[in-house]
Structure formats: C-alpha cells, structure tokens
Design a protein around this ligand. Sequence first.
Ligand code: V3L
Length: 85
Amino acid sequence: DLDGYQWFYEGRNGWWQYDERTSRDLESSFSRGDRIFEILVAGFLYTIDFDKMIQQRRNDPSRRRRIKRDLASIPKKGVAGLKTV
Ligand code: V3L
C-alpha cells in the first residue's frame, strides 16, 4: 500500500506524479524487490530501473528520466502530464 507515498518522474523543472494505476503497479513491483519493471506509456515500453531510479524508453535509451518515490504532498507539476491548476 502506498500509504501517503507516490511515484514521480522528472519533468523540465519539477516532478510529475505517475498515473494512479502505474503508481500502484510500481509500488507493488518495488515492494516485492524487483530491480526492474516495465510500463507502457502511449504505446511505448519503458523500463523502470529501481537501482538507478530512472525510467528509460526501451527502443530509445536516450529518453531517460529520473524517478522517485516521495510523499504525495510534495509540490508537483501534475499527474501524468495533466497540469495541476
Ligand atoms: N507517464 C506519462 N507520460 C510520460 C511518461 C510517464 N511515465 N514518461 C514519458 N511520458 P520521453 P515538462 C512528459 C511522456 O521520456 O514540461 C510530461 O508528462 C512525456 O510527457 O522522452 O517537460 C508532460 O506531458 C513526453 O510527452 O520518452 O515538465 C511532458 O513531458 C513523452 O512521453 C512535458 O513535461 C516522451 O517522453
């Protein structure tokens, strides 16, 4: 259970929260001790690397972002590309 925590990926000048479903899947994967996990975003596969704490597009590793697990209450840009107003 996330219990006040959420998963975030890096934007240009701040952090985006993962969508609710992905955040839950990341939490399950992380808490069972996986080192990597794969997610699908808009038809593209991304590898989540929990050792490096990055996400990286499978077919274009230059598309790499830092990720973090942090309190849901931190300042954020929004959720999965939808800006918080
Ligand atoms: N969830 C949703 N969209 C994503 C994710 C994800 N985990 N990863 C990448 N994208 P790349 P600013 C982001 C989107 O890494 O202004 C934000 O959500 C990504 O969206 O090069 O820089 C914003 O919508 C990007 O549009 O493979 O903070 C947008 O960037 C696209 O996939 C701008 O955010 C390619 O990302």
